[in-house]
Design a protein around this ligand. Structure first.
Ligand code: ARG
Length: 559
């Protein structure tokens, strides 16, 4: 339809010498035609003619793949024949249908899930993973080269807190688990809060000491940090594997400490950054309308989160030569990234920097009200969520006797899809009754549509490539229209990374297929019809799988 829109614009330019936006609206079922276009009414004034006459003049110049009628005050109604649509799809179809090369030659960095050491992987880092992965796949589908990096939280205060708490616990480093580390951390945070309220600071001082020791290369601090990093990493990798997520790099915060500090010194020397009386360093951002300067170095000279991010940004832009930086991080850090990107601009670092932010994961609380997801123990571990999801999938699909790998695919597919149901800027509601259901807008619903298509194609493999005579594709119009929308959709989400539009599309296509089977039986159709219908199913299967793949959703073998 895009080419028809372009053609109408061209005709208008030729006939009336003006440019007007050309949009099509779907027409209700009871009216003849598929789309309606109101340009003739918009042109009436400029052309000094009645809209119905203008409509007729435009129609006279349009290609004959469609049927046109002038309706009401001057609408151009457009009816598309199934055959014309099938011809369009067939002409547009290539091995990489849906993908484009608009980003060719450009490099983006997508950062996710950026979990923190010493803390078990919680549902708090679910969305960074799913959204960051979708950003990667969407950009790749648009021809970009994408480098992925897990910006591990392995520097800064957490290490000091953990080291202090670990020493106090009397545990041996050989027996400590990620869950112990997580508990030690939570306990320490609580104790430090109490200590602060009491006007004391022994724990805080100790944590600070450990940090400085680590930065100074002290042997015990280094050993502790390495050991606990390994425990954390083994755990993080295990969870990522279940989620089918991976990154090319894992350059954690600590990797950028020296680079960040050197930059702070450089821009301090150049007078861009300012040293406070207490020795801390800031970057004023007034010229960007940001009143709060960014703190880039602590008063004791230690690196901050922002120091390492500065080093990291520099590294991604200048070592990786990235044209675009994507940070899949929650909405809480919005202001932080506004500041960080402003600092980069101030330093003259030019690249597209995008904070792909999102809301929290909510649950329905015991009182029936929506609340941030939590458990009796506090945070919900992603492993626990995955275990629960797999249990539900085994129950829901008990008859299918699923292989473990398929259970994992369906469970993660359900969880991931729920992340994309609405605009990422809103929170998501984790409602297990809906997420794992085979009906309604869910991951399993879309996955099932793929499995069903695959099965139909396998059963009729001998029909592939058979002649479909002069089949009219009348029953296929809805599916064909949907399939023709896919390339523009993929191109359209590259800018704002609105993965939910892909998710919505997959659901609509799956629904369209279900409607289609009802009107157009395949197994009982005569050979030419059957061949034509299988041709369509094969294309729909490819498009739906590609759409789900952009969201990181895998297709089970059976379900
Ligand atoms: N580890 C951080 C957190 O859990 C997220 C890191 C975000 N990325 C960054 N480059 N600052 O909050």
């Amino acid at each position: 339809m895009d080419s028809l829109k372009a053609k109408i614009s061209e005709v208008i330019k030729k006939l009336y010498g003006v440019e007007v936006p050309v949009e099509f609206a779907p027409v209700p079922a009871e009216i003849e035609g598929d789309y309606s276009c109101n340009v003739a009414m918009r042109l009436a004034k400029a052309a000094g003619k009645a809209p119905r006459d203008i409509a007729a003049e435009i129609i006279a110049e349009l290609p004959t793949d469609y049927e046109y009628t002038v309706a009401g005050p001057g609408f151009i109604n457009i009816a598309v024949s199934g055959k014309a649509l099938a011809g369009q799809l067939s002409a547009a179809w290539t091995d990489d249908y849906g993908y484009n090369q608009s980003g060719a030659g450009k490099t983006a960095v997508s950062e996710f899930p950026s979990t923190n050491m010493a803390k078990p992987y919680s549902v708090g880092h679910l969305r960074p993973g799913t959204q960051g992965w979708a950003a990667k796949r969407i950009l790749e589908a648009n021809g970009w080269k994408v480098i992925t990096d897990n910006h591990l939280g392995d520097a800064g205060t957490p290490f000091g807190i953990w080291a202090t708490g670990f020493k106090r616990s009397g545990k041996s480093i050989d027996e400590v688990t990620i869950y112990d580390l997580g508990e030690i951390y939570i306990q320490m945070k609580a104790d430090m809060k109490a200590e602060e309220a009491a006007g004391e600071h022994a724990l805080a001082d100790s944590a600070q000491d450990w940090l400085l020791k680590l930065e100074a290369g002290d042997a015990e601090a280094t050993e502790l940090s390495e050991r606990f990093n390994k425990i954390s990493l083994d755990h993080i990798h295990g969870v990522m594997k279940r989620m089918n997520l991976s990154t090319d790099y894992e350059l954690g915060e600590s990797f950028f400490v020296e680079r960040g500090k050197a930059l702070v010194q450089k821009y301090l020397d150049e007078g861009v950054f300012v040293k406070n009386e207490d020795g801390s360093v800031i970057c004023p951002l007034d010229e960007f309308g940001i009143e709060v300067p960014m703190l880039v170095l602590k008063s004791n000279g230690a690196a901050l989160y922002a120091t390492t991010d500065l080093g990291c940004l520099d590294y991604r832009l200048h070592e990786w030569k990235a044209d675009r930086l994507i940070y899949a991080v929650g909405a809480e850090q919005k202001f932080y990234f506004e500041q960080l990107f402003a600092v980069a601009k101030k330093l003259g670092w030019n690249a597209e920097m995008q904070h792909v932010w999102f809301g929290t994961i909510d649950q329905v609380g015991p009182d029936g009200k929506r609340e941030k997801m939590s458990s009796r123990k506090g945070v919900v571990l992603l492993e626990a969520m995955l275990d629960d999801a797999e249990k539900r999938v085994r129950e829901n699909f008990a008859e299918a006797e699923l292989a473990d790998e398929d259970v994992r695919r369906i469970a993660t597919g359900a969880i991931k899809y729920s992340d994309f149901i609405a605009d990422r800027k809103t929170g998501i509601l984790y409602d297990p009754d809906k997420i794992f259901a085979l009906t309604g807008q869910s991951g399993p619903f879309c996955q099932y549509a793929c499995v069903r298509m695959r099965r139909i194609l396998e059963k009729n493999a001998d029909f592939a490539g058979a002649d479909f005579g002069d089949y009219d594709f009348a029953a296929e119009k809805g599916v064909l229209q949907k399939l023709l929308e896919f390339p523009a959709l993929v191109a359209g989400v590259a800018e704002n990374l609105e993965a939910h539009r892909i998710a919505g599309y997959c659901f609509e296509l799956a629904q369209e297929m279900n409607r289609y089977y009802e009107n157009a039986p395949i197994s009982t159709a005569e050979p030419a019809t059957k061949a034509a219908r299988l041709w369509l199913v094969a294309r729909a299967a490819t498009v739906l799988e590609r759409g789900l793949d952009l969201l990181g959703i895998e297709i089970p073998e059976k379900m």
